[in-house]
Design a protein around this ligand. Structure first.
Ligand code: ADP
Ligand code: ADP
Ligand code: MG
Length: 614
């Protein structure tokens, strides 16, 4: 078996590959860009080689630099992960030509599946059902429009070189065809350098069902059952699971056998995924499931398959690349339980899913029985704008679908990331959605109900009160403690926005200037603002307390002095701002505790004004 391996990737997948390689006693080499010098995959590998500037085009996508790094470190093999160069046949060939082992399919298999039109033609020849559509060379817009009409609307225009949900346009009616085509071609040319498109019948209530396949260099191909990735946002997977809800044995057998035929048709070696689109309007059946494309690499969502089959697919990849036969025969593989994966992204659902970058000052992921975390970051690491914003995958296995779903939800509930924003709350809402919970998912679910899932949650009253009390100091001024009103309204800043919280009793604060509230997958920052006496017209209305921790920078009165309502008493500096405290009514300064230059805690008694006797 190979004894050393370079991982031509970053993030969670690089860490994932390193984990298995290490378990197998294989030396690991990481590569990294300027932006990733302190990344987890660099820290996890035995060795790491710098390959260039932050933009992937100048580092992770430069094949020559990666091959040179393998040569320099004496790595025997290269594992490409997913994304980046993983489906680049030229790179695979260059690796082989350099005398290195390519942990992936043969270059000609990648090429055969690289373009969606050629792949579909090949599948038709192999007897694999494909979605009805047009795959021809004639790319004249009028001709394409005529083909679309023949197929029948709605249709999907797809860039043959597309991927990652890009280069696709759904067209509902003939009037919209020309514009959709032009925009699809523009995007395809810009993203993939190829503007050729195919047209497909748009399947209504579509479900994305894919089959994990594996081949070896001895001509064996097995499948490791199916996954359902129907919960998608803009054609990108959000939550994946295995097996697929509602899949009966006969349908499973038919689809998985079609996938094996597809893999055999391209002489497949290593891990691959055959993606199908299924008509989800009724019960799943083999005559309503069509080949969509093949991904000739390890898939992001491979862990759900590992969790239900008990296999380590990275180990399989390494063994097969080393020339060994598949570790298991088809008859030795079975489904045990249910697994679900959620992709945790550094993005802000409340702001249109905009990527959120910055340092992960807090990074905690929930752990549960049957839970698994695949991540590429750590607390203190930075999320940069250069790469895919996926920071972790949370995976949960259960005996049943509901158990897996609930465990995954618990993991998300117990996760806390700050100040970088994540989609955790969105994922919790998605898992709880009535149709998803019932296993009734089609790819349009998030499009229909996603706004509600993306709504910015608020912390519960209990959490807010607990956090507030942890900011209010335990040792209030004696006078205040004895005669304090049972309830006071205190003002705080919640993520910088003022909020009033009704507080009760004594706090437990010891001078913290902020506290984090973590709930439902979201994290908020609470900071003290100011404390007002409220609903209490007793003697201590005249207590002047520090509204927040800070420093007294000026004291304008002396003890015993008469003051009038609104007269300036002292100035506090806090959070780089000056705050003036004034007399609440006409009276005298009965007590003066404030000393210029002193640091004070929130709610510390600074002065007491006694009203003029009437
Ligand atoms: P990509 O290479 O971008 O992954 P795919 O061909 O796999 O492109 O399609 C991505 C997604 O688009 C699928 O998961 C599915 O949600 C949707 N899709 C693709 N083809 C169809 C179709 N014919 N009808 C309905 N939805 C489709
Ligand atoms: P999948 O069906 O596994 O999601 P996609 O074709 O959507 O496959 O993309 C593969 C994965 O590769 C994506 O989920 C994404 O995380 C990753 N990826 C895509 N493009 C890039 C890129 N430019 N750099 C790094 N990772 C990428
Ligand atoms: Mg796809």
């Amino acid at each position: 078996m190979i004894s050393s391996i370079l991982i031509a990737n970053r993030g969670e997948i690089a860490c994932r590959v390193i984990r298995t390689a290490r378990r197998l006693g294989i030396r690991t080499v990481a590569v990294y860009s300027d932006a990733d010098a302190n990344a987890l995959h660099v820290r996890s590998a035995d060795e790491a080689v710098h390959i260039g500037p932050a933009p992937a085009r100048e580092s992770y996508l430069v094949g020559e630099k990666i091959i040179a790094a393998a040569k320099a470190t004496g790595a025997e093999a290269i594992h490409p992960g997913y994304g980046f160069l993983s489906e680049n046949a030229e790179f695979a060939q260059a690796v082989i030509d350099a005398g290195l082992v390519w942990v992936g399919p043969k270059p000609h298999s990648i090429t055969a599946m690289g373009l969606k039109d050629a792949a579909k033609k090949l599948m038709q020849e192999a007897g694999v059902p494909t979605t009805p559509g047009y795959l021809g060379d004639n790319q004249d817009p009028a001709h394409l429009a005529a083909e679309a009409a023949k197929i029948g609307y709605p249709v999907l225009i797809k860039a043959v070189a597309g991927g990652g949900g890009k280069g696709m346009r759904l067209v509902e009616q003939p009037e919209d065809f020309a514009d959709a085509l032009a925009s699809c071609q523009r995007e395809a040319a810009a993203s993939f350098g190829n503007d050729v498109v195919l047209i497909e019948k748009y399947i209504l209530s579509p479900r994305h069902i894919e089959v994990q396949v594996f081949g070896d260099s001895h001509g064996n191909v097995v499948h490791l059952f199916e996954r359902d990735c129907s919960l998608q946002r803009r054609h990108q997977k959000v939550i994946e699971e295995a097996p697929a809800p509602g899949m009966d044995e006969a349908t499973r057998e038919a689809v998985c056998q079609a996938a094996v035929r597809a893999a055999k048709a391209v002489d497949y070696e290593g891990a691959g995924t055959i993606e199908f689109i299924a008509d989800g309007s009724g019960k799943l059946s083999a005559d309503k499931i069509w080949f969509m494309e093949m991904n000739t690499r390890l898939q992001v969502e491979h862990p759900v398959t590992e969790e239900i089959t008990g296999q380590d697919l990275v180990e399989w990849q390494i063994r097969v690349a080393s020339g060994a036969p598949l570790p298991k025969k088809q008859a030795e593989l079975s489904i045990n339980g249910w697994a679900m994966e959620a992709r945790l992204y550094a993005e802000d659902p409340a702001k249109g899913f905009l990527p959120s970058i910055g340092t992960l000052e807090l990074f905690e992921l929930g752990e549960v029985e049957g839970g698994r975390i695949d991540t590429g970051v750590y607390e203190g690491a930075a999320v940069t704008p250069f790469y895919d914003p996926m920071i972790a995958k949370l995976i949960a296995r259960g005996e049943t679908r509901d158990e897996a779903r609930e465990r995954l939800s618990d993991m998300l509930h117990d996760s806390a990331v700050w100040p970088v924003k994540t989609n955790a709350a969105f994922l919790i809402n998605a898992l709880a959605h009535q149709d998803f919970a019932a296993g009734k998912v089609d790819t349009g679910l998030i499009g229909r109900d996603g706004d509600a899932m993306a709504a910015d949650p608020e912390p519960s009253d209990e959490m807010l009160l607990d956090a507030a009390m942890s900011l209010v100091p335990a040792t209030l001024a004696p006078g205040l403690r004895l005669n304090a009103a049972p309830r006071r309204v205190a003002s705080f800043l919640l993520d910088g926005e003022p909020v009033d919280i009704e507080i009760e009793g004594e706090g437990s604060g010891t001078g913290e200037t902020s506290v984090l509230i973590a709930e439902n997958g979201k994290v908020w920052q609470l900071q003290p603002w100011r404390v007002d006496g409220s609903g209490n017209h007793g003697a201590h209305d005249g207590d002047i307390v520090s509204p927040m921790p800070g420093k007294i920078i000026a004291v304008d009165v002396t003890e015993g002095q008469s003051v009038t309502k609104g007269q300036k008493l002292l100035t506090l500096e806090a959070m780089k701002m000056e705050h003036t405290l004034t007399a609440p009514f006409d009276g005298t300064v009965a007590e003066l505790k404030a000393i210029a230059g002193a640091q004070v805690q929130v709610e510390a008694l600074l002065a007491r004004i006694e009203a003029v006797e009437e």
